[in-house]
Design a protein around this ligand. Sequence first.
Ligand code: AMP
Length: 212
Amino acid sequence: MHLVLLGAPGAGKGTQAKMLENLLDIPQISTGDMLRIAMAEGTALGKEVQDCINSGNLVSDAIVLGLIKERLEKADATNGAIFDGFPRTIEQAEALGHLEGVSIDHVISIDVPQENLIMRLSGRRTCRDCGGMFHIVFKPPVTDGVCNDCGGELYQRADDNEQSIRQRLEVYSKSTEPLVRFYTERGSLREVSGIGQPNDVSNRIASILDEN
Ligand code: AMP
């Protein structure tokens, strides 16, 4: 099964993708995570994209498509994948539609009002080791700065600052929101509310998947 999670930054795509990984036994493919790993490792790619990412802009379609193609060749993606943060432009969606061995079964748009997104992103903390996500108000860790699940260090993403958040939301409405129409026209889009506890949202998604 190939599943695309659409939604603005902070809508909860990453959280839902991680929950769905266990349910569906297919991997989360997050282009954002792959790019952050390249930055953390200081690779040539990481250096190339870092200013762009930290300021809240999109990296080029060519770079992202290269990462996706490489990732899909790994054995764990043979039976499908959960695309999180990809595609983000019409060009990427068209390219995804032409990739051999990939047919998109579901596109789920997670909808969250803009004022909630800003609150979610500005308080978000992520575990350096396991990628677990916390929030300083809505889901604080038991020990400040330490992941409840693996004990790893929690950090604030460089692009989770006010200026970059505003830019990311603007880029989302200009470049990524048109994908809602793109997939609606192809009959594959379903919308779910992203408000509530992560379990509530994942139950909404699971019931859509159960329908088919
Ligand atoms: P995310 O972790 O999905 O919020 O992505 C973080 C940042 O990585 C984005 O703001 C972009 O700069 C970059 N990025 C991630 N995925 C893509 C993509 N599919 N196309 C272009 N840029 C991306």
